[in-house]
Ligand binder design. Structure first.
Ligand code: T1G
Length: 703
């Protein structure tokens, strides 16, 4: 334990320092080490107070979440050590002071609240983010926090999981003092001031009931965290603190914590937590690969995507040139950017100073001047191969040979685009998702000659841009859009079979998708979908059924939101309402095409759309277009509004059970033909009652 926790004396104050990098999690051995240090401190009569601190970049950032992964996998893991530690701290007859820097989160804040006092540097944050893992605070935090900060503040922190800054925590009564200088000396000085006082205990305070706040919290959680169960459990636990004595309240918390930990939502959200970190690990590209410095960027194309990408770089503090073919188009792009910033200021997301400072980092141009200084160029011109190749041929001449040339294409072949340059090894796809300045996902598309340096730099850059970068291979639609095609195909088929767009979208919205597939197609533009389809029409298999209704709407001049009419009718505020023309068109087309009407249940609608996603995802993994199935989960959660509390499509399939998913896919194959041919990997894993997660692990082992 010595190496996880050390302790020593500074005069009459004992210091216990946790040293469990990278975030000082309460891994097995850490609570025991702290208890050992506390026993040692209490044995020394010349010690009059104890300071508990974290070495490295943070105080304790929570329980070790890997322990919960063990429990989910049926192995032993527990919070017992944490509860014993909480009791030891409270039983101490010498004051224990938590010295907080970095992030005191989850069990870290709970340990700090069991201490008699808490001091923090101004940059520190404290929080109970457990609901983001599908659980609730399990270290008596739902009982101490309302006693320190009141029910309303405790509800906000425990039900929504957002951390607060040290100054807010002091104002709320969670932190006793802010330390302006060095934390440890400041904490020791504070400790010496309190040695003579009776150490106060949070658990001995009371929390006044606040039924209005409880009701409001439940209502807000149902809206903001739609479908999630842990937030409501957290609210119930905090409410118990205002009604029951401390120990009884802790029993309520323990029961609710155990229920949440056993839930599929917790398995899904913890899968997503680690998954978001796993995707940055690319087998064969280790920390030894040099990351190229990216100090200046340039974007070609000031349309919706180009303008959004320029904002992404500016928001990360990277100066960026924005080039368009003519002044008018450039002015439109800059106006879009200015409007986006104004909206963010209006919504309180940015201060006006931040927005002005970032806007100054974007330099508009109608030529390539300044491109020779760019370390990376992102091409975001119209989705046409000839235009992209011409642009890359120009970029090849006007940029330094070691500048990365990235394309934002969402469907075109990276290798063909790279062939227009003399340096295909410096070319990659950086596929942003619209709106680029909002969506967290970037698909980093690896061409056959893309160098390891460009990949490593792209993955690191995604982090700097505060995005989630996922490496994918070069095929039609890469990973996300390739899977999205069958998902959308089934949604249009269902409308052609007589189900209304509202029924189809309502079923997927109820499943947890941020938007239904038909509303998404209206948003993206039916013209875009039809143009892409026409580029690949030659690949369609004769005799196979393909969606036609979207093409019929497009042919009637209905492109979706942009023309005010598509699968829905949109008012000036783009609020959708049913479009009766859709059902007429569908009925007429179905009659001509011999498609039998088939009213589908909500369950079938969800299965046909989501299992189509899963079946294609299995092929994407099998072909190596995605490194792991979890990469597809992270793509769908961060790029397509798939509910994180279902873990992503592949985790959802694992939790559903692959034998069940495979059996349904086979049924659909029998009913609907070739589109539903089961992916061999899905069949293999189902027949062995295995999971996509186990397959990832087997590949990791092989890497
Ligand atoms: N347990 C295990 N590993 C953790 C971890 C944790 N709590 N937090 C981070 N890691 C790993 C992470 O996987 C990554 O690993 C590395 O540390 C760096 O993390 C009892 C039940 C603290 C804000 O939810 O929010 O306490 O990829 O890349 O961007 O009631 O990590 O290097 O192998 O995220 O600087 C509650 C979760 C737990 C905090 C730092 N605590 N962590 O962000 O680094 S449940 C949390 C974070 C609990 C109690 C309950 C962030 C961070 P690798 P990182 P970062």
């Amino acid at each position: 334990m010595a190496n996880l926790v050390s302790y020593y004396k500074e005069g009459n104050v004992a210091v216990i320092a946790v040293d469990n990098p990278p975030v000082n999690a309460l891994s097995p051995g850490v609570p025991e080490g702290i208890m050992e240090g506390l026993r040692w401190a209490l044995m020394h009569d010349d010690v009059e107070a104890v300071v508990l601190a974290g070495r490295g970049r943070t105080f304790i950032a929570g329980a070790d979440i890997r322990e919960f992964e063990k429990i989910h996998a049926g192995h032993h893991g527990s919070l017992e050590g944490i509860h014993l530690l909480l009791a030891d701290i409270e039983d101490s007859d010498k004051p224990v002071i938590a010295a907080i820097h970095g992030t005191a989160l989850g069990g870290g804040l709970e340990v700090a609240m069991a201490c008699h006092y808490r001091v923090a540097v101004p940059s520190a944050q404290v929080g109970q983010p457990e609901v983001k893992l599908g659980i609730i605070p399990g270290g008596e935090g739902t009982q101490r926090l309302p006693r320190l900060a009141g029910v309303r503040k405790a509800l906000e922190m425990c039900a929504f999981g957002e951390p607060i800054r040290a100054a807010q925590a002091k104002a709320a009564g969670i932190v006793d003092e802010l330390i302006e200088g060095d934390l440890l000396p400041g904490a020791i000085a504070f400790a010496r001031q309190v040695t003579t006082r009776t150490p106060p205990l949070a658990s001995r305070k009371t929390a006044a009931p606040d039924p209005e706040a409880v009701a409001a919290a439940h209502e807000a959680a149902s809206k903001r965290l739609r479908g999630q169960t842990a937030p409501h459990a957290a609210i119930d636990a905090v409410e118990a603190a205002s009604r029951l004595p401390f120990r009884e309240g802790c029993q309520v918390e323990a029961r609710l914590f155990a229920e949440c930990l056993a839930s599929d939502q917790s398995k899904a959200l913890i899968h997503a937590f680690f998954g978001e970190r796993t995707v940055s690990k690319v087998p064969g590209i280790g920390k030894d690969v040099e990351i190229l410095p990216i100090r200046r960027a340039a974007v070609v194309g000031a349309g919706t995507m180009g303008a959004g990408i320029a904002m992404v770089y500016a928001n990360a503090g990277i100066p960026v040139l924005l080039k368009e073919a003519n002044e008018a188009a450039l002015d439109r792009g800059m106006a879009t950017i200015a409007q986006n910033y104004a909206n963010s200021v209006k919504r309180g997301r940015f201060t006006s100073e931040f927005a002005e400072e970032r806007l100054r980092l974007i330099t508009p141009h109608v030529n390539y001047s300044g491109f020779e200084a760019a370390d990376i160029v992102i091409e975001a011109v119209f989705e046409n191969m000839e235009l992209k190749k011409r642009t890359f041929a120009e970029l090849d001449k006007v940029t330094r040979s070691n500048a990365i040339l990235a394309t934002n294409t969402s469907t075109l072949n990276i290798d063909e685009i790279a062939s227009a340059t003399s340096r295909p090894w410096m070319v990659a796809g950086h596929h942003f998702f619209s709106p680029a300045n909002v969506m967290r996902l970037i698909e980093i598309v690896r061409g056959k000659e893309t160098s390891a340096q460009v990949i490593a730099t792209s993955m690191d850059l995604a982090r700097r841009l505060r995005k989630v970068g996922v490496l994918v291979g070069n095929c039609r639609g890469f990973a996300g859009n390739r899977m999205f095609a069958p998902y959308c195909r089934e949604s249009v088929f269902l409308v052609e079979e007589g189900n209304t767009p509202e029924q189809v979208d309502g079923a997927l919205y109820g499943f947890g998708m941020a938007m239904g597939p038909l509303a998404v197609q209206d948003l993206a533009g039916l013209d875009v979908g039809c143009r892409i389809r026409s580029e690949f029409k030659h690949l369609e298999q004769p005799g196979l059924r393909y969606p036609e209704l979207d093409s019929l709407l497009y042919g009637a001049g209905h492109y979706g939101q942009k023309t005010g009419r598509g699968f829905y009718i949109y008012d000036a505020a783009r609020k959708p309402s049913p479009n009766p023309e859709v059902l007429t068109l569908a009925r007429e087309y179905a009659a001509k095409a011999g498609i039998a009407p088939h009213p589908a249940s909500i369950e079938e609608i969800v299965e046909r759309c989501v299992y189509a996603l899963i079946n294609e995802g299995a092929r994407v993994v099998e072909e190596g277009i995605a490194l792991r199935s979890v990469d597809l989960d992270i793509i769908y959660i961060n790029g397509y509004g798939f509910p994180s509390w279902r873990g992503g499509p592949m985790k959802y399939a694992d939790l559903t059970g692959l034998p069940k998913v495979y059996a349904k896919v086979r049924q659909f194959h029998d009913r609907f033909g070739e589109h539903w041919k089961p992916a061999p990997l899905l069949e293999h894993l189902a027949r062995h009652n295995s999971t996509f997660g186990a397959y990832d692990k087997s590949k990791a082992g092989a890497a």
